[in-house]
Write a protein that binds this ligand. Sequence first.
Ligand code: GLA
Length: 403
Amino acid sequence: MFKHVFFAAGFLLCLSFSSVRAQNISNVKVDLAPTPPMGWMTWNFFGTDINENIIHEVADAMVNNGMVKAGYDHIMIDDGWQGGRDNKNNIIPDPKKFPSGIKALADYVHAKGLKLGIYSDAAQLTCADYTASLGFEEQDAKTFASWGIDYLKYDYCHAPSDSNTAKIRYKKMADALKSSGRPIVFSICEWGGRQPWFWAAGVGGQLWRTTGDVRDSWKSLTHNLDINANLSAYAGPGRWNDPDMLIVGLRGSKGPAGDLGGTGCNDIEYQSNMSLWCMMASPLVATNDVRNMNTEANRILLNDEMIAIDQDALGKQADKKTANDSWEIFEKPLFNGDYAVAVLNRSAAAQTTNINFSELGLDGKYEIRDVWEHKIIGKGKSWKGAVQSHETKVFRLKNISKK
Ligand code: GLA
């Protein structure tokens, strides 16, 4: 419900800021992803162990638990759906996992108010060694369009490591999608190694992974944060940095995010995941078992004030204003003139801090709304308070100087 609000006006305003952008935006198809894409992806809970019943159950759950209403409007099928090619070289789904076919699945999720994403790779095989799209870009794009696919995540396993080949292969698929006859969001997934923030929008991507795969741990979450937080200059409507899926609610469950030391986070850390991803205008892609979501995961993923900050029409990624061993402070200007300010305590103990808003470049007096408490907690030129270890406080500041 927060998507597209004030989008047209926001886009015009953003265009006026384009001179400060680091890239030429002439190629960017803003209308495909005016705000960061939202949804749920199969990967981190199910891995390749997926089938059409799971997708049906997830779609039903996302309607019933409020996710669709809150804006999580895509289901993305990650790796493991493919069943090879038929005798005309058309890519086909695994007939055991998806006996009714992907078109029937798209019809099912579309009827629930959801869009359907799918996955392939810019080589002959995907990361999990399934059939991929190199050499079949136009044919596969047409197949995806004919099925009613709305979003393609395009991976880079088994492909040469140089940037030039990556640009050529991603452009090939982006062009194929453009001429497929259906608007399909293009998500570039080469994990940041070839600095896609410089070229991904130019070749036709609406979002690009900036990091390796997130694991279900505080260490992994902050690793991805540290890379993505420095890239604010490259994000904007139609072009988003992607620090990978949300790990909220995984709780150390089996699956890819639990591999390699992902033993789970506590709820304060999961809340920080949501806070920081929203501040960074990141795609919000849950990957926990939404069919059995606990109260805390539901509270964190469905915080409408937090989602509104992520989906704000201005489309600015927060800048990191302060960083030391203990504290990080992020600031995100919003379309209506408010500012979102996030305070992260990275240390192992609770701490008290005093933030003068003028030190963040915010002069004047502000009404301070705590986005997690859902209430106005004060008025003034500063905030002083305690922040738990690994907690992120998020405030929405409204300038009230003239009142
Ligand atoms: C890569 C991607 C992951 C996931 C897997 C699937 O590791 O980065 O997000 O798509 O491939 O095999």
